[in-house]
Design a protein around this ligand. Structure first.
Ligand SMILES: [Zn+2]
Length: 432
């Protein structure tokens, strides 16, 4: 066959990039903050507005839209009746005062890329091995409701639906009630047979930028120990009550926060620690704190170190409780082990990037992502594009449009590789 009769593999066109830019810009305006970020907590009115806009976009582009019982939104595009699905997505919720790219990029990129691919297939129909779907997972961030990754974990069965629906926000509202309120609590779970899951995401770290690479293929993640520790003291007047009888829960929390930071100093580079949230009751300037909850995170690639810290910090916080005459509840924690992503799919992704002329590198993710949940369910791939300055969970989070577009180029190539493993065929049936 002559070279000219070989059909070009589908790729993103100028119009496709524009369609993506427009969809992405829709998100910029929903829950926008004064300083250029987003504030779109799970199941808030802003989340509802974004979900509505996203579902409308999907319907307009001929996706079949489904909402499951935990509020995950699926946009289905059937290419091959009865075949399993390649699922692509991420999340549309954000941290409070969060960035515009985290999660949003993965969802909008997946939707735009699938739409572009399907449109091009209309001109040159192919026998696809799989169907294609985009997904928006509920509560990836774990900001309003804990734990994080709820939607994807319920989908894979790692978390029970009832447990997830009963998670409480800081005001005692359950996730189930909040989803009901915004009209996104579906009737049932949606058992989609998934062959592969792909997630594009901004890196949220500095490595691609410093190494001057365009694409990062995640090989695995760090482990995490997330711990909600509550100190119980005694409420009292901050003036007349005698210092020696005070049982100040906030004092115990403060000592814990300092100790958590010091632990990172004892294990430089291999351990990241934080207390990012503190809840106190009754939270009044002239009342000794009755109850204080610290939200602790320890992250490391070394699981043994995290187990050891769990042990040593249990003892440490018991002794802080003793010295502050408080009581401590250590029972609420979640251990997320290190996770290796599918080696064959990782290799395929690295090859694919190279094939279309993008510079790529393998790397590890410190943060958790829905792709990690999905990796227990099917071969999954997590792909990063650069983050300027590595800044994330911040209104200043930024990725250049050219980098976003390169991610789309990668994704469409990857979808073609998975759906048409024998190559793209011309009308005469010859493979490209
Ligand atoms: Zn994210």
């Amino acid at each position: 066959m002559s070279i000219s009769s070989i059909p070009a593999m589908p790729r993103m066109t100028t119009l496709d990039y524009q369609a993506f830019d427009t969809l992405f810009a829709t998100s910029d305006n929903i829950g926008a903050t004064a300083d250029g970020g987003l504030n779109r907590l799970t199941a808030s009115q802003e989340d509802k507005a974004m979900r509505d806009a996203f579902c409308a976009w999907l319907t307009e582009h001929d996706f079949d839209v489904r909402i499951d019982a935990i509020g995950n939104i699926f946009g289905l595009m059937t290419l091959q009746e009865g075949a399993p699905w390649v699922l692509c997505g991420s999340h549309l919720d954000t941290q409070p005062l969060g960035g515009r790219f985290d999660g949003v990029y993965g969802v909008t990129a997946a939707a735009s890329t699938i739409a572009a691919l399907v449109r091009q297939l209309q001109d040159l129909p192919q026998q696809s091995k799989y169907n294609l779907a985009v997904v928006n997972w509920t509560n990836e961030e774990g900001a309003r409701f804990q734990p994080s990754l709820i939607g994807s974990s319920v989908f894979t069965g790692a978390v029970e639906l009832d447990t997830a629906l009963n998670c409480l926000d800081a005001n005692g509202i359950t996730l189930g009630e909040a989803l009901e309120e915004i009209g996104y609590r579906g009737d049932a779970l949606f058992p989609l047979p998934v062959a592969n899951y792909l997630e594009l995401h901004v890196e949220q770290g500095p490595h691609l930028e410093t190494q001057q690479k365009q694409i990062g293929v995640v090989t695995g993640t760090w482990a995490a120990l997330k711990w909600q520790v509550t100190f119980h003291g005694e409420q009292n007047h901050t003036g007349p009550s005698l210092m020696q009888v005070r049982r100040d829960a906030l004092l115990a929390a403060a000592q814990t926060i300092v100790a958590v930071r010091e632990a990172a100093g004892q294990h430089p580079d291999v351990l990241h620690t934080s207390v990012g949230r503190l809840e106190t009751t009754p939270n009044s300037p002239n009342v000794v704190t009755r109850e204080a909850t610290v939200f602790i995170e320890f992250r490391s690639a070394d699981e043994a170190l995290l187990h050891q810290l769990h042990e040593s910090f249990s003892q440490k916080m018991q002794s802080i409780a003793q010295s502050t005459a408080t009581e401590v509840d250590l029972s609420r924690y979640q251990f997320r082990p290190c996770r290796q992503l599918d080696t064959a799919l990782t290799q395929k992704a690295l090859n694919q990037a190279e094939k279309i002329g993008l510079s790529a590198m393998p790397l590890r993710s410190v943060a958790g992502h829905d792709a990690i949940s999905l990796s227990y369910h099917c071969p999954s791939s997590l792909i990063f594009v650069p983050s300027t300055g590595g800044v994330s969970h911040n209104e200043r989070e930024f990725t250049a449009t050219a980098d976003l577009h390169r991610g789309l180029d990668f994704l469409i190539a990857m979808l073609c590789e998975l759906c048409f493993p024998a190559g793209f065929r011309s009308e005469s049936g010859e493979a490209a």
